[in-house]
Ligand binder design. Structure first.
Ligand SMILES: Cc1cc2nc3c(=O)[nH]c(=O)nc-3n(C[C@H](O)[C@H](O)[C@H](O)COP(=O)(O)OP(=O)(O)OC[C@H]3O[C@@H](n4cnc5c(N)ncnc54)[C@H](O)[C@@H]3O)c2cc1C
Length: 436
């Protein structure tokens, strides 16, 4: 039987290392009664929270409605890798918008890292922030692709990384698997749930009201928007939809036109037992985050308490892969044979909202309802940018938001029933290519 997205998603959040390593405040009461606001935000992940902060900083009265808890979605469970650039690379921007706007999109991606660090500093968010990133290749063909990507970013955008090949790679990552690595220090990593909770605290300090356990089940559009939950409603002049893959699960009628443009793809993580600090330093001396350039990628890094946090695997149905903990452990040991005897303490996962071409999908539904989706697994920094751009657009400066809104996004082929099988076929092809 096909598992529902919501059931799988909830189950995948039962045993996350991140939840086990924070203290949450008890949830407040869900929304009840009729509330008025300047702006209503649906979803308390990074996208919704950063939009709320930015709108509140511009003097707006903002209400955030969250179906579960702050950071309960992808924002509280991800790899914590803060990555410059977009999952799509620059190609959709160059091809659809031309070189000048592609350049602006790149510059905004660089800005997204500064914005994120600005939030962390300004709001005193303790989230174990580390700079340093290794992009890895595990075959000569992938190494050529890595070098080509580096070259393009250097030539077209002035973005430099340091290339290591052959035996040099082992000085930066003690793994037999990789033959090339590109290091840069703009990207890096952090504790994702601490970031989400920190953003929520910052939003509250700015006067934003956040109602948890308040799924939006209906949204009336017009000059005034009315977002309804089971026991209450928010009437507002502006709205931001930041509900990621589960938006349509909680409220199928909230924005049905957005659902076919993204595909929920399951991705999974494990956290090892805490390791010796000396071993961590030997395996990744720079303590950088790392990710390979395969189509189905492995991504990993150490936590502040010296656990290996290893992500990978994918599922294109909503079902969780069987024997997940062992499958993930084996992947980790392939990369780091030195961890063969290390226990795995946590296993969890979530869904990534991929768009057809993996470029972010920002836009408007009517004049006053904005949406942010399609982060395609590159959302930690880009969501924060999205929040700023929405706030600029709401305040009448839409030029930068519109760089993204002008990108055309196609629906996944096959409609609701067939979009997953079509994606599986397409992906099988790329998985086979990864093995060559
Ligand atoms: C396992 C995993 C690993 C990842 N690793 C990385 C990584 O290392 N680096 C990176 O850059 N990106 C990574 N990502 C992607 C990144 O986490 C996301 O792009 C980002 O967190 C998306 O933020 P968001 O605010 O759009 O969505 P979310 O964080 O998912 O927030 C959406 C929120 O909206 C709520 N919601 C949905 N519908 C409704 C409704 N109708 N009413 C009210 N509330 C609603 C949900 O409950 C949820 O809390 C990863 C994702 C996963 C799942």
């Amino acid at each position: 039987m096909k598992a529902s997205l919501l059931n799988s998603d909830t189950q995948l959040n039962q045993a996350s290392y991140y939840e086990a390593s924070v203290q949450r405040e008890p949830a407040g009461a869900p929304l009840a009664g009729a509330v008025q606001a300047d702006a209503v935000v649906v979803g308390a992940g990074y996208a919704g929270l950063s939009a709320a902060i930015e709108l509140a900083q511009r003097g707006m009265n903002v209400v955030v409605l969250e179906a579960e808890r702050v950071g309960a979605g992808a924002s509280g469970r991800n790899g914590g890798q803060v990555i410059v650039g977009y999952a799509s690379g620059q190609h959709p921007f160059v091809e659809q918008l031309g070189r000048a706007d592609a350049r602006r999109a790149w510059d905004m991606s660089m800005e997204s890292i500064r914005l994120l660090d600005g939030h962390i500093e300004q709001h005193h968010i303790e989230c174990d922030r580390v700079h340093g990133y290794l992009h890895l290749a595990d075959s000569p063909r992938k190494a050529r692709a890595l070098v080509a990507d580096m070259q393009e970013l250097r030539d077209d955008y002035g973005f430099d990384s340091q290339l290591y090949t052959g035996v040099e790679v082992r000085q930066h990552l003690e793994s037999p698997r990789y033959c090339a690595a590109a290091f840069e220090s703009v990207s890096g990593h952090l504790h994702p749930l601490k970031l989400a909770l920190g953003l929520a605290a910052a939003a509250r300090k700015l006067g934003v009201k956040i109602y948890e356990h308040s799924p939006v089940t209906a949204l009336q559009r017009g000059a005034k928007l009315v977002a309804s939950t089971q026991r209450g409603s928010v009437t507002a002049s502006f709205g931001v939809l930041a509900g990621n893959c589960t938006l349509g699960e909680f409220g199928p009628q909230v924005a049905p036109e957005l659902t076919p443009r993204i595909m929920p793809v399951g991705t999974y993580m494990i956290a090892s037992a805490a390791l010796d600090a000396a071993l961590c330093e030997r395996l990744i001396p720079s303590n950088a985050a790392a990710c390979d350039n395969n189509f189905v990628l492995d991504y990993f890094r150490f936590s502040a308490d010296h656990r290996m946090l290893f992500g990978g695997e994918v599922s294109y149905s909503t079902a969780t892969p069987t024997n997940l903990k062992e499958v993930m452990r084996r992947r980790m040991v392939q990369v780091f044979p030195a961890l063969a005897d290390v226990a795995v303490d946590f296993v969890w996962g979530g869904f990534v909202d991929i768009s057809m071409d993996r470029a972010p999908d920002f836009g408007r539904l009517g004049r006053n309802l904005y949406y942010l989706q399609g982060f395609s697994g590159h959302g930690v920094a880009t969501t924060v940018l999205g929040g700023r751009l929405v706030a600029e657009a709401v305040s009448g400066q839409a030029e930068r938001f519109d760089v993204f809104a002008r990108l055309q996004h196609r629906n996944f082929p096959g409609g609701a029933m067939l979009r997953m099988p079509s994606l599986v076929l397409g992906t099988l092809y790329h998985r086979l290519k990864d093995l060559l």
